[in-house]
Design a protein. Structure first.
Length: 269
C-alpha cells in the first residue's frame, strides 16, 4: 500500500470519536489526509481530533448526530467550507442492540438504530454526493457481517445493516459512470465500545459487553484491512474466515449458517 495515496485527500468520517472510526482517522492523519471528523460526543471527538493532528494530519471536529438530516447537511457544508472538496466519505457511525426480539420491551430502539445506521448513511451520502462526483471520490460504508446474515439478538441492527448493503450496492451501479466508487466493509466482532453502548431489551445501554473482547479482532487489525480496500477502491471486504465461509455457505446450506450464527452468539466471539 502506498504511503502517499491519502496525502492531502479530504475525508469525512462519521463515528470518528472511538472504535473503528477513531483508529481509521488516526491512520489517515498519519498519511497526511485532511480529516473532517463527526460524532455526537463533543468531548471525545475533540480528544480524537487532537490526537489525529498530533499524528501529522489536519483534523476538524464537527459534533454531529447523523440521525438528524439537517446536522448531516451542516457537516458536509463545514467540510466544504474548511477544505474546499471531499474525496472520501466514510459512513461509520452506528449503534447496536443485544436482545432477543420476543424479550424487547421498548420498540423505539428499532427506529433509533435504523435512523443512525441506515438513514444517517443516506443523509451524509446525499449531501456529499455532488462534491464526490467532482473529485470522482469514494464512499465507504462500514457495515457488519450481520449485513450479510441474520444474527440472534441483533434483529434491528441486522435490519439496518441489510438496508445499508442494499442502498450502497444500488449506488455502486448508479454511480459507476460518474466515477464515484463504493466500498462496503463487513467486519465481524471487533473490540470497540459499541456493545457497551448497545441497547438492551428495555432500550437502555447494556453498560457491559457480552462478548469475549480479548478473543476478537482489534480495531487495529480491522483498519489494517480497511485501508488497502479504500486505496484499491474494492467492491467489498468480508472479514474473518467464518464470515467469508458464511457468505459462501448461505447459498447452499442456509440452515448451517443459521447454526453457526447461533453458536457464535452463545460463545460471545
Amino acid at each position: 500500500m502506498s504511503n502517499n495515496y491519502f496525502k492531502d485527500k479530504v475525508a469525512v468520517i462519521t463515528g470518528a470519536s472511538s472504535g473503528i472510526g477513531r483508529e481509521l482517522s488516526m491512520r489517515l492523519a498519519s498519511r497526511g489526509a485532511c480529516l473532517v471528523m463527526a460524532a455526537r460526543n463533543a468531548d471525545k471527538l475533540e480528544e480524537a481530533r487532537t490526537a489525529c493532528e498530533s499524528s501529522g494530519g489536519k483534523a476538524i471536529g464537527a459534533p454531529t448526530d447523523v440521525a438528524e438530516r439537517s446536522q448531516c447537511e451542516a457537516l458536509i457544508q463545514k467540510a466544504i467550507a474548511a477544505c474546499g472538496r471531499i474525496d472520501i466519505l466514510v459512513n461509520n457511525a452506528g449503534i447496536s442492540m443485544w436482545a432477543l426480539f420476543d424479550e424487547v420491551t421498548d420498540l423505539d430502539i428499532f427506529e433509533t438504530i435504523m435512523s443512525v445506521n441506515y438513514l444517517g448513511s443516506v443523509y451524509c451520502t446525499y449531501f456529499a454526493l455532488p462534491y464526490l462526483k467532482k473529485t470522482k471520490g469514494l464512499i465507504v460504508g462500514v457495515s457488519s457481517l450481520t449485513g450479510k446474515n441474520g444474527v440472534p439478538t441483533r434483529s434491528g441492527y441486522a435490519a439496518s445493516k441489510h438496508a445499508m448493503a442494499g442502498f450502497f450496492d444500488t449506488l455502486r451501479i448508479e454511480l459507476k459512470s460518474a466515477g464515484v466508487g463504493v466500498t462496503m466493509i463487513y467486519p465481524g466482532f471487533v473490540a470497540t465500545e459499541v456493545r457497551q453502548r448497545a441497547f438492551g431489551p428495555d432500550g437502555k445501554p447494556l453498560g457491559g459487553s457480552p462478548v469475549q473482547e480479548g478473543k476478537i479482532m482489534t480495531v487495529g487489525q480491522c483498519v489494517d484491512l480497511i485501508l488497502p480496500a479504500m486505496e484499491k477502491r474494492k467492491r467489498e471486504v468480508v472479514m474473518t474466515l467464518k464470515g467469508k465461509a458464511g457468505v459462501l455457505l448461505k447459498a447452499i446450506a442456509p440452515g448451517l449458517v443459521d447454526n453457526i450464527a447461533r453458536k457464535a452468539i452463545a460463545k460471545g466471539r
